[in-house]
Design a protein around this ligand. Structure first.
Ligand code: AMP
Ligand code: MG
Length: 432
Protein backbone atom coordinates (compact mmCIF):
# COMPACT_ATOMS: atom_id res chain seq x y z
CA UNK A 1 0.00 0.00 0.00
CA UNK A 2 1.25 3.49 -0.84
CA UNK A 3 1.76 5.64 2.22
CA UNK A 4 -0.01 8.85 3.14
CA UNK A 5 3.35 10.58 2.96
CA UNK A 6 3.58 9.62 -0.72
CA UNK A 7 0.22 11.23 -1.37
CA UNK A 8 1.13 14.37 0.56
CA UNK A 9 4.19 14.69 -1.65
CA UNK A 10 2.10 14.00 -4.73
CA UNK A 11 -0.16 16.84 -3.67
CA UNK A 12 2.83 19.13 -3.45
CA UNK A 13 2.09 20.22 0.08
CA UNK A 14 5.50 19.30 1.42
CA UNK A 15 8.05 22.11 1.22
CA UNK A 16 10.02 22.13 -1.97
CA UNK A 17 8.26 19.16 -3.55
CA UNK A 18 7.17 19.40 -7.17
CA UNK A 19 3.39 19.67 -7.38
CA UNK A 20 1.94 16.33 -8.41
CA UNK A 21 -1.78 16.49 -8.81
CA UNK A 22 -2.26 19.85 -7.17
CA UNK A 23 -4.04 21.79 -9.89
CA UNK A 24 -5.27 25.33 -10.51
CA UNK A 25 -8.91 26.10 -9.79
CA UNK A 26 -9.82 26.47 -13.47
CA UNK A 27 -7.96 23.29 -14.36
CA UNK A 28 -9.94 21.41 -11.69
CA UNK A 29 -13.24 22.71 -13.11
CA UNK A 30 -12.04 21.63 -16.54
CA UNK A 31 -11.11 18.12 -15.37
CA UNK A 32 -14.55 17.63 -13.81
CA UNK A 33 -16.24 19.00 -16.94
CA UNK A 34 -14.32 16.56 -19.12
CA UNK A 35 -15.50 13.61 -17.04
CA UNK A 36 -19.05 15.00 -17.01
CA UNK A 37 -19.05 15.05 -20.82
CA UNK A 38 -18.13 11.39 -21.08
CA UNK A 39 -21.08 10.04 -19.06
CA UNK A 40 -23.70 7.70 -20.49
CA UNK A 41 -27.34 8.87 -20.38
CA UNK A 42 -29.23 7.56 -17.33
CA UNK A 43 -32.25 5.24 -17.57
CA UNK A 44 -35.65 6.85 -18.09
CA UNK A 45 -38.83 6.49 -16.04
CA UNK A 46 -42.32 7.97 -16.36
CA UNK A 47 -43.80 10.18 -13.62
CA UNK A 48 -46.96 12.22 -13.15
CA UNK A 49 -46.57 15.75 -14.52
CA UNK A 50 -46.21 17.53 -11.16
CA UNK A 51 -43.92 14.84 -9.76
CA UNK A 52 -41.51 15.87 -12.52
CA UNK A 53 -40.68 19.12 -10.74
CA UNK A 54 -36.94 19.27 -10.01
CA UNK A 55 -36.26 16.23 -12.21
CA UNK A 56 -34.42 16.16 -15.55
CA UNK A 57 -36.36 15.53 -18.74
CA UNK A 58 -35.47 12.19 -20.33
CA UNK A 59 -37.75 12.37 -23.37
CA UNK A 60 -38.64 15.35 -25.56
CA UNK A 61 -41.95 17.15 -25.11
CA UNK A 62 -43.47 18.04 -28.48
CA UNK A 63 -46.34 20.33 -29.37
CA UNK A 64 -49.45 18.15 -29.72
CA UNK A 65 -50.82 20.54 -32.37
CA UNK A 66 -50.07 23.98 -33.72
CA UNK A 67 -49.67 26.49 -30.87
CA UNK A 68 -51.79 28.49 -30.92
CA UNK A 69 -54.16 26.13 -32.74
CA UNK A 70 -55.89 29.09 -34.44
CA UNK A 71 -55.15 32.77 -35.07
CA UNK A 72 -55.60 33.93 -31.48
CA UNK A 73 -56.67 37.35 -30.29
CA UNK A 74 -54.43 38.62 -27.49
CA UNK A 75 -56.82 41.39 -26.46
CA UNK A 76 -60.46 42.14 -25.77
CA UNK A 77 -61.57 44.34 -28.63
CA UNK A 78 -62.82 44.18 -32.19
CA UNK A 79 -61.63 42.01 -35.07
CA UNK A 80 -61.26 44.21 -38.14
CA UNK A 81 -59.51 44.60 -41.46
CA UNK A 82 -56.49 46.75 -40.70
CA UNK A 83 -56.84 48.77 -43.91
CA UNK A 84 -60.26 50.13 -43.04
CA UNK A 85 -59.95 50.47 -39.24
CA UNK A 86 -57.50 53.37 -38.84
CA UNK A 87 -57.89 56.94 -37.66
CA UNK A 88 -61.54 57.75 -36.73
CA UNK A 89 -62.95 55.01 -38.97
CA UNK A 90 -66.60 54.13 -38.47
CA UNK A 91 -67.41 50.41 -38.57
CA UNK A 92 -70.51 48.29 -38.13
CA UNK A 93 -70.44 45.59 -35.42
CA UNK A 94 -71.88 42.40 -36.90
CA UNK A 95 -71.41 39.91 -34.09
CA UNK A 96 -69.34 38.59 -31.20
CA UNK A 97 -66.91 35.72 -30.67
CA UNK A 98 -65.85 34.58 -27.18
CA UNK A 99 -62.95 32.43 -26.00
CA UNK A 100 -63.90 28.79 -26.56
CA UNK A 101 -66.15 29.71 -29.48
CA UNK A 102 -65.53 29.93 -33.20
CA UNK A 103 -67.00 32.50 -35.61
CA UNK A 104 -69.45 30.59 -37.79
CA UNK A 105 -70.79 33.56 -39.78
CA UNK A 106 -69.53 34.77 -43.13
CA UNK A 107 -66.01 36.08 -43.57
CA UNK A 108 -65.63 39.62 -42.26
CA UNK A 109 -66.30 42.21 -44.91
CA UNK A 110 -64.88 45.72 -45.32
CA UNK A 111 -66.45 48.32 -43.04
CA UNK A 112 -67.41 45.70 -40.46
CA UNK A 113 -66.09 44.58 -37.06
CA UNK A 114 -66.72 41.57 -34.81
CA UNK A 115 -66.45 41.95 -31.07
CA UNK A 116 -63.79 39.51 -29.81
CA UNK A 117 -62.45 38.38 -26.44
CA UNK A 118 -58.86 37.54 -25.44
CA UNK A 119 -58.07 33.96 -26.44
CA UNK A 120 -60.83 33.72 -29.07
CA UNK A 121 -60.10 32.70 -32.69
CA UNK A 122 -59.94 35.65 -35.06
CA UNK A 123 -62.73 35.28 -37.67
CA UNK A 124 -61.77 34.74 -41.31
CA UNK A 125 -61.57 38.00 -43.20
CA UNK A 126 -60.20 39.89 -40.18
CA UNK A 127 -56.45 40.54 -39.91
CA UNK A 128 -56.16 42.69 -36.76
CA UNK A 129 -57.78 43.35 -33.42
CA UNK A 130 -58.35 46.89 -32.18
CA UNK A 131 -58.30 47.04 -28.39
CA UNK A 132 -61.55 47.93 -26.68
CA UNK A 133 -59.70 50.88 -25.06
CA UNK A 134 -59.21 52.47 -28.50
CA UNK A 135 -62.79 52.53 -29.75
CA UNK A 136 -66.12 54.01 -28.76
CA UNK A 137 -69.22 51.95 -29.38
CA UNK A 138 -72.81 53.11 -29.59
CA UNK A 139 -75.15 50.21 -30.37
CA UNK A 140 -73.75 48.57 -33.51
CA UNK A 141 -71.72 51.62 -34.53
CA UNK A 142 -68.04 51.53 -33.67
CA UNK A 143 -65.76 54.54 -33.96
CA UNK A 144 -61.96 54.03 -33.85
CA UNK A 145 -60.14 56.75 -31.90
CA UNK A 146 -58.70 59.67 -33.86
CA UNK A 147 -55.07 59.33 -34.91
CA UNK A 148 -54.95 55.58 -34.27
CA UNK A 149 -53.02 53.48 -36.75
CA UNK A 150 -54.07 49.83 -36.95
CA UNK A 151 -51.36 47.54 -38.32
CA UNK A 152 -51.99 44.21 -39.99
CA UNK A 153 -51.56 41.40 -37.46
CA UNK A 154 -51.93 43.74 -34.50
CA UNK A 155 -52.99 41.83 -31.34
CA UNK A 156 -53.17 38.55 -33.25
CA UNK A 157 -50.82 35.56 -32.76
CA UNK A 158 -51.03 33.51 -35.98
CA UNK A 159 -51.74 29.78 -35.80
CA UNK A 160 -48.50 27.82 -35.18
CA UNK A 161 -46.41 30.94 -34.43
CA UNK A 162 -45.40 29.67 -30.96
CA UNK A 163 -44.81 26.07 -32.06
CA UNK A 164 -45.76 23.87 -35.00
CA UNK A 165 -47.45 20.49 -34.36
CA UNK A 166 -44.68 18.00 -33.52
CA UNK A 167 -42.07 20.68 -32.82
CA UNK A 168 -39.88 20.07 -29.74
CA UNK A 169 -40.80 22.54 -27.00
CA UNK A 170 -38.68 20.90 -24.25
CA UNK A 171 -35.45 19.10 -25.04
CA UNK A 172 -33.89 16.14 -23.26
CA UNK A 173 -31.78 17.35 -20.34
CA UNK A 174 -34.05 20.26 -19.38
CA UNK A 175 -34.41 20.69 -15.62
CA UNK A 176 -38.14 20.73 -14.94
CA UNK A 177 -39.49 23.77 -13.14
CA UNK A 178 -42.75 25.67 -13.29
CA UNK A 179 -42.17 26.98 -16.83
CA UNK A 180 -41.50 23.47 -18.15
CA UNK A 181 -44.52 22.00 -16.35
CA UNK A 182 -46.75 24.74 -17.75
CA UNK A 183 -45.70 24.23 -21.37
CA UNK A 184 -45.95 20.43 -21.02
CA UNK A 185 -49.49 20.85 -19.68
CA UNK A 186 -50.29 23.17 -22.58
CA UNK A 187 -49.26 20.31 -24.88
CA UNK A 188 -51.59 17.90 -23.09
CA UNK A 189 -48.91 15.90 -21.22
CA UNK A 190 -50.20 14.44 -17.96
CA UNK A 191 -46.97 12.49 -17.47
CA UNK A 192 -43.30 13.14 -18.24
CA UNK A 193 -40.36 10.94 -19.10
CA UNK A 194 -37.57 11.76 -16.63
CA UNK A 195 -34.08 10.42 -16.00
CA UNK A 196 -33.55 8.25 -12.97
CA UNK A 197 -31.79 10.12 -10.19
CA UNK A 198 -28.19 9.10 -9.48
CA UNK A 199 -27.63 7.71 -5.99
CA UNK A 200 -24.91 9.31 -3.90
CA UNK A 201 -23.38 7.60 -0.87
CA UNK A 202 -22.14 10.05 1.76
CA UNK A 203 -19.41 8.97 4.16
CA UNK A 204 -18.32 11.40 6.88
CA UNK A 205 -15.02 10.48 8.48
CA UNK A 206 -13.65 11.55 11.86
CA UNK A 207 -13.25 10.11 15.36
CA UNK A 208 -14.73 13.29 16.82
CA UNK A 209 -18.05 12.95 14.99
CA UNK A 210 -21.30 11.97 16.65
CA UNK A 211 -24.38 11.04 14.64
CA UNK A 212 -27.47 13.18 15.28
CA UNK A 213 -29.84 11.27 17.51
CA UNK A 214 -33.56 11.28 17.81
CA UNK A 215 -33.43 11.86 21.58
CA UNK A 216 -33.89 15.52 22.50
CA UNK A 217 -31.35 17.05 24.87
CA UNK A 218 -28.45 14.78 23.93
CA UNK A 219 -25.23 16.28 25.29
CA UNK A 220 -21.88 15.90 23.54
CA UNK A 221 -18.49 15.37 25.11
CA UNK A 222 -16.34 18.50 25.02
CA UNK A 223 -14.22 17.31 22.11
CA UNK A 224 -17.04 15.77 20.15
CA UNK A 225 -19.02 17.47 17.38
CA UNK A 226 -22.20 16.62 15.59
CA UNK A 227 -21.75 15.14 12.15
CA UNK A 228 -23.20 18.11 10.28
CA UNK A 229 -21.48 17.42 6.97
CA UNK A 230 -23.53 14.32 6.15
CA UNK A 231 -26.66 16.44 6.38
CA UNK A 232 -25.25 19.43 4.53
CA UNK A 233 -23.99 17.17 1.75
CA UNK A 234 -27.27 15.23 1.61
CA UNK A 235 -29.17 18.50 1.15
CA UNK A 236 -26.82 19.64 -1.63
CA UNK A 237 -27.13 16.21 -3.29
CA UNK A 238 -30.93 16.41 -3.31
CA UNK A 239 -30.83 19.98 -4.65
CA UNK A 240 -28.51 18.85 -7.44
CA UNK A 241 -30.90 16.08 -8.48
CA UNK A 242 -29.39 13.10 -6.67
CA UNK A 243 -30.71 10.60 -4.11
CA UNK A 244 -28.65 10.86 -0.92
CA UNK A 245 -27.67 7.72 1.01
CA UNK A 246 -26.16 8.72 4.35
CA UNK A 247 -23.73 6.01 5.48
CA UNK A 248 -22.55 5.46 9.06
CA UNK A 249 -19.77 7.77 10.28
CA UNK A 250 -16.34 6.25 9.57
CA UNK A 251 -13.70 6.43 12.30
CA UNK A 252 -10.13 7.48 11.42
CA UNK A 253 -9.05 3.87 11.16
CA UNK A 254 -8.12 2.02 7.96
CA UNK A 255 -10.12 -1.20 8.16
CA UNK A 256 -13.32 0.44 9.43
CA UNK A 257 -13.09 3.17 6.78
CA UNK A 258 -12.58 0.61 4.02
CA UNK A 259 -15.52 -1.46 5.28
CA UNK A 260 -17.84 1.56 5.08
CA UNK A 261 -16.54 2.53 1.64
CA UNK A 262 -17.27 -1.04 0.49
CA UNK A 263 -20.87 -0.62 1.66
CA UNK A 264 -21.00 2.68 -0.24
CA UNK A 265 -19.95 1.03 -3.52
CA UNK A 266 -23.62 0.32 -4.31
CA UNK A 267 -24.19 4.02 -5.08
CA UNK A 268 -23.52 5.73 -8.42
CA UNK A 269 -21.27 8.33 -6.77
CA UNK A 270 -19.30 8.37 -3.52
CA UNK A 271 -18.72 11.57 -1.55
CA UNK A 272 -16.51 11.46 1.54
CA UNK A 273 -15.88 14.28 3.97
CA UNK A 274 -12.81 14.78 6.13
CA UNK A 275 -9.60 12.82 6.29
CA UNK A 276 -8.03 14.34 3.17
CA UNK A 277 -5.71 16.87 4.84
CA UNK A 278 -2.10 16.51 5.95
CA UNK A 279 -2.73 14.97 9.36
CA UNK A 280 -1.46 11.61 10.47
CA UNK A 281 -5.02 10.29 10.70
CA UNK A 282 -6.17 11.59 7.33
CA UNK A 283 -6.52 8.21 5.69
CA UNK A 284 -9.07 8.65 2.94
CA UNK A 285 -6.70 8.79 -0.06
CA UNK A 286 -4.52 6.04 1.30
CA UNK A 287 -7.48 3.71 1.77
CA UNK A 288 -8.94 4.58 -1.65
CA UNK A 289 -5.56 4.03 -3.28
CA UNK A 290 -5.36 0.63 -1.60
CA UNK A 291 -8.74 -0.16 -3.16
CA UNK A 292 -7.35 0.59 -6.62
CA UNK A 293 -8.55 4.18 -7.05
CA UNK A 294 -7.06 6.48 -9.67
CA UNK A 295 -6.92 10.19 -8.87
CA UNK A 296 -7.53 13.07 -11.28
CA UNK A 297 -6.53 15.64 -8.70
CA UNK A 298 -5.65 15.43 -5.02
CA UNK A 299 -5.59 19.15 -4.33
CA UNK A 300 -6.76 22.42 -5.86
CA UNK A 301 -5.08 25.81 -5.48
CA UNK A 302 -8.06 27.34 -3.71
CA UNK A 303 -8.99 28.52 -0.27
CA UNK A 304 -11.01 27.14 1.37
CA UNK A 305 -10.98 23.65 -0.09
CA UNK A 306 -7.36 23.00 -1.03
CA UNK A 307 -7.21 19.29 -0.03
CA UNK A 308 -10.21 18.30 -2.26
CA UNK A 309 -9.77 14.98 -4.06
CA UNK A 310 -11.40 13.70 -7.26
CA UNK A 311 -10.91 10.17 -8.47
CA UNK A 312 -12.49 6.91 -9.53
CA UNK A 313 -12.69 3.42 -8.10
CA UNK A 314 -12.53 0.55 -10.61
CA UNK A 315 -15.31 -1.97 -11.14
CA UNK A 316 -14.83 -4.92 -8.82
CA UNK A 317 -17.19 -7.87 -8.23
CA UNK A 318 -20.70 -6.52 -7.92
CA UNK A 319 -19.47 -2.93 -7.72
CA UNK A 320 -19.46 -0.75 -10.84
CA UNK A 321 -16.84 1.83 -11.63
CA UNK A 322 -17.54 4.74 -9.28
CA UNK A 323 -16.47 8.37 -9.23
CA UNK A 324 -15.32 9.55 -5.81
CA UNK A 325 -14.86 12.93 -4.21
CA UNK A 326 -12.97 13.40 -0.98
CA UNK A 327 -14.07 16.77 0.38
CA UNK A 328 -12.22 18.56 3.19
CA UNK A 329 -14.00 18.10 6.53
CA UNK A 330 -14.11 21.76 7.46
CA UNK A 331 -17.80 22.34 6.81
CA UNK A 332 -17.50 25.53 4.73
CA UNK A 333 -14.75 23.92 2.63
CA UNK A 334 -17.10 20.96 2.22
CA UNK A 335 -19.87 23.17 0.88
CA UNK A 336 -17.64 25.25 -1.39
CA UNK A 337 -15.94 22.24 -2.96
CA UNK A 338 -19.27 20.48 -3.38
CA UNK A 339 -20.70 23.42 -5.36
CA UNK A 340 -17.56 23.76 -7.48
CA UNK A 341 -16.84 20.14 -8.33
CA UNK A 342 -19.41 17.58 -7.10
CA UNK A 343 -22.49 19.44 -8.22
CA UNK A 344 -21.49 19.74 -11.91
CA UNK A 345 -20.60 16.04 -12.15
CA UNK A 346 -23.72 14.99 -10.25
CA UNK A 347 -26.02 17.08 -12.43
CA UNK A 348 -24.40 15.60 -15.51
CA UNK A 349 -24.84 12.07 -14.06
CA UNK A 350 -28.52 12.93 -13.80
CA UNK A 351 -28.61 13.83 -17.50
CA UNK A 352 -28.84 17.62 -17.13
CA UNK A 353 -27.03 19.40 -19.94
CA UNK A 354 -24.77 22.42 -19.43
CA UNK A 355 -24.21 21.65 -15.78
CA UNK A 356 -21.14 23.71 -14.85
CA UNK A 357 -21.05 25.82 -11.68
CA UNK A 358 -23.13 28.97 -11.99
CA UNK A 359 -20.90 32.03 -12.05
CA UNK A 360 -22.18 35.60 -12.42
CA UNK A 361 -20.49 38.98 -12.35
CA UNK A 362 -21.27 41.46 -9.59
CA UNK A 363 -19.92 44.74 -8.30
CA UNK A 364 -17.92 44.59 -5.10
CA UNK A 365 -19.54 46.80 -2.45
CA UNK A 366 -16.43 47.27 -0.24
CA UNK A 367 -12.65 47.03 -0.48
CA UNK A 368 -11.19 43.56 0.13
CA UNK A 369 -7.58 42.68 0.84
CA UNK A 370 -6.17 39.21 1.28
CA UNK A 371 -3.32 36.90 0.53
CA UNK A 372 -2.39 35.99 -3.03
CA UNK A 373 -1.50 32.57 -4.37
CA UNK A 374 -4.78 30.68 -4.06
CA UNK A 375 -8.14 31.23 -5.70
CA UNK A 376 -10.32 32.38 -2.84
CA UNK A 377 -13.97 31.30 -2.75
CA UNK A 378 -15.36 33.23 0.19
CA UNK A 379 -18.83 33.34 1.77
CA UNK A 380 -20.57 36.47 0.52
CA UNK A 381 -23.94 38.07 0.10
CA UNK A 382 -25.32 39.08 -3.25
CA UNK A 383 -28.03 41.72 -3.32
CA UNK A 384 -30.00 42.23 -6.49
CA UNK A 385 -32.28 45.01 -5.32
CA UNK A 386 -30.08 47.62 -7.00
CA UNK A 387 -29.78 48.14 -10.73
CA UNK A 388 -26.58 46.11 -10.80
CA UNK A 389 -26.05 43.10 -8.53
CA UNK A 390 -23.76 43.96 -5.61
CA UNK A 391 -21.71 41.59 -3.49
CA UNK A 392 -20.03 41.94 -0.10
CA UNK A 393 -18.08 39.40 1.93
CA UNK A 394 -19.65 37.96 5.06
CA UNK A 395 -17.46 38.25 8.16
CA UNK A 396 -16.27 34.77 9.13
CA UNK A 397 -13.96 32.87 11.42
CA UNK A 398 -12.60 30.64 8.69
CA UNK A 399 -13.67 27.44 7.02
CA UNK A 400 -15.32 25.94 10.09
CA UNK A 401 -17.78 28.82 10.40
CA UNK A 402 -21.10 27.35 9.34
CA UNK A 403 -23.05 30.24 10.87
CA UNK A 404 -21.27 32.68 8.54
CA UNK A 405 -21.87 30.31 5.64
CA UNK A 406 -25.58 30.39 6.43
CA UNK A 407 -25.55 34.22 6.48
CA UNK A 408 -24.05 34.10 2.98
CA UNK A 409 -26.02 33.35 -0.18
CA UNK A 410 -23.10 32.93 -2.60
CA UNK A 411 -19.30 32.86 -2.74
CA UNK A 412 -17.04 35.63 -3.99
CA UNK A 413 -14.40 34.17 -6.30
CA UNK A 414 -11.20 36.21 -5.96
CA UNK A 415 -8.37 35.37 -8.37
CA UNK A 416 -4.98 34.31 -6.93
CA UNK A 417 -2.85 36.97 -8.63
CA UNK A 418 -4.36 39.93 -6.77
CA UNK A 419 -4.35 40.91 -3.11
CA UNK A 420 -6.41 44.09 -3.28
CA UNK A 421 -9.88 44.57 -4.63
CA UNK A 422 -11.65 47.91 -4.54
CA UNK A 423 -15.29 48.80 -4.01
CA UNK A 424 -16.74 49.11 -7.51
CA UNK A 425 -14.56 46.35 -9.02
CA UNK A 426 -16.54 43.75 -10.94
CA UNK A 427 -15.80 40.28 -9.58
CA UNK A 428 -17.00 36.73 -10.19
CA UNK A 429 -19.56 35.21 -7.84
CA UNK A 430 -20.43 31.53 -7.46
CA UNK A 431 -24.18 31.10 -7.02
CA UNK A 432 -25.16 28.25 -4.74
P1 AMP B 1 -10.52 17.00 8.50
O1 AMP B 1 -10.74 17.39 7.08
O2 AMP B 1 -10.92 15.59 8.77
O3 AMP B 1 -9.12 17.32 8.94
O4 AMP B 1 -11.48 17.91 9.37
C1 AMP B 1 -11.31 19.30 9.40
C2 AMP B 1 -12.26 19.94 10.37
O5 AMP B 1 -13.59 19.69 9.98
C3 AMP B 1 -12.17 19.43 11.79
O6 AMP B 1 -12.34 20.52 12.67
C4 AMP B 1 -13.31 18.47 11.90
O7 AMP B 1 -13.76 18.31 13.21
C5 AMP B 1 -14.35 19.11 11.02
N1 AMP B 1 -15.23 18.09 10.45
C6 AMP B 1 -14.81 16.99 9.82
N2 AMP B 1 -15.86 16.23 9.44
C7 AMP B 1 -16.97 16.87 9.87
C8 AMP B 1 -18.36 16.57 9.82
N3 AMP B 1 -18.81 15.45 9.22
N4 AMP B 1 -19.23 17.44 10.34
C9 AMP B 1 -18.77 18.58 10.93
N5 AMP B 1 -17.47 18.90 11.02
C10 AMP B 1 -16.57 18.06 10.52
MG1 MG C 1 -10.73 14.33 10.28
Amino acid sequence: MVSGAFLRRARGDAMGEAPGILVDFDAALEIVARHAEGLAAPAVEVVELLAGRGRVLGGEVKADRDQPPFDRSTRDGFAVRATDAGDAAELRVVGQVRAGERWVGDALEGGCAIEIMTGAPVPTGADAVVMVEHVARVGSVLRVEAGRIVRMGENVVPRGAEARAGEVVLGVGAVIGAAEIAVAAACGCSTLEVFQRPTVAIVATGDELVELRQLPGEVLGESQIWNSNSYGIAAMVEEAGGDALRMPVAPDEREALEAIILQARKADLLVLSGGVSMGEYDLVEEVLLGMGAEFFFTGVKMQPGKPVVFGRLPARGEAKEQYIFGLPGNPVSTQVTFHCFVEPLLRAMGGAGGSGPRFVQATLAEDVTGKAGLMRVLPARLTTDRVRPEVRLVGWQGSGDLAANARANCYAVLPPERTTFRAGDVITVLIR
